[in-house]
Design a protein around this ligand. Structure first.
Ligand SMILES: *[C@@H]1O[C@H](CO)[C@@H](O)[C@H](O)[C@H]1NC(C)=O
Ligand SMILES: [Cu+2]
Length: 321
């Protein structure tokens, strides 16, 4: 197993370092004998929503990782102005956007994409576990080390326990486990949501657009499965008072432990337009992962037939001398 891992690491290094460096690594670790290719199946969907195009890729990878990517492109949302140059704009005046061209302002806005993830990890009865990464302080003089890291698991009992705002300095992992299915060594099988590249709404909670888009109040929510609760903004969004959104359902605070649960993840973007975004935007991307945690007994990619020696890049020692 260790040998396999070393081989995989060497394979990664090959692409990072120049040829002469690889020779040093081979001298230290021995010969590269085999490696595993990572193969990805991509399922792509594109949605045109008003002036924007959203390209959603679901990537299913051979190590069990599911990566969900969103790419934004399309025609920028703009408003007209009499200004043709920034030297006409008073320093005190806020344009709420950027002058992109003569008479055109690209207005500041946000994008939120809510994912409805009807999780069934090895069966339909699942639990949501917040795994907090915390510091454990060592008593003085016991050891030169002052602090360690520990992972503290908190199983969400009801919906409010699973209303999550992401925080860099209060880190946590978010696991969906099946408490009645265990691995050989006794860990519950699970998948985790790995959040990245996200933005949170700054609007006032009582602002009409925020009431309708109240699913952006948190980045993660977990609800018990209910066929009527499928659209994060409710069934009729326009003109609504926000009385049929994910935030309203979740505040009922129903039990979610060991139940058929739905995890909602919202990926956000703040967009302060710049001239390069006009008239049509280069694609802006972000993603999040669904990653196995103790779902497989070991690295599942090792069950894939290896690449053999002749498939690997060859470094010629004579050529690099
Ligand atoms: C899920 O749990 C419920 C009780 O909350 C139970 O009635 C049901 O049989 C369980 N379903 C499965 C598939 O185990
Ligand atoms: Cu935008």
């Amino acid at each position: 197993m260790l040998l396999h891992l070393i081989n995989i690491y060497i394979y990664i290094y090959i692409y990072i370092y120049i040829c002469s460096l690889i020779i040093i690594i081979i001298l230290v670790f021995g010969q590269i004998r085999e490696a595993r290719p990572k193969v990805t199946l991509v399922v792509r969907m594109a949605a045109s929503v008003a002036n924007y195009d959203y390209i959603v890729d679901w990537e299913f990878q051979t190590d069990g990782l599911i990566r969900v990517k969103v790419g934004l492109s399309g025609i920028l949302m703009v408003k007209g102005t009499s200004y043709v140059h920034m030297n006409q704009v008073n320093q005190q005046e806020n344009l709420f956007g950027t002058l992109l061209s003569e008479n055109v302002i690209g207005v500041i806005h946000d994008h939120y994409i809510a994912f409805y993830l009807d999780m069934d990890v090895d069966g339909s009865n699942n639990s949501f576990v917040k795994v907090n990464i915390e510091r454990s302080n060592n008593p003085p003089k016991v050891s030169p080390r002052r602090s360690y890291l520990k992972a503290v698991k908190n199983v969400a009992k009801t919906e409010r326990d699973a209303q999550i705002k992401l925080k860099l300095y209060d880190p946590a992992e978010f696991h969906v486990i099946n408490p009645s299915k265990e691995t050989r060594v006794g860990n519950p099988v699970g998948y985790k949501v790995v959040a990245s590249g996200t933005a949170a709404s700054l609007l006032d909670l009582d602002d009409p657009p925020q009431k309708r888009g109240a699913f952006t109040n948190n980045q993660i929510w977990v609800t018990p499965y209910n066929q009527k609760e499928q659209w994060a903004g409710g069934l009729f969004v326009y003109q609504s008072q926000g009385d049929d959104t994910l935030a309203v359902w979740s505040n009922r605070n129903r039990p979610i432990e060991n139940k058929d649960i739905v995890l909602w993840y919202t990926l956000g973007f703040h967009h302060v337009p710049c001239q390069e975004d006009f008239p049509i935007m280069p694609t802006v991307s972000s993603s999040f992962d669904l990653k196995p945690v103790n779902f497989f007994e070991s690295n599942p990619i090792l069950n894939i037939p290896p690449n053999v020696e002749k498939d690997l890049p060859i470094c010629n020692a004579a050529a690099s001398a």
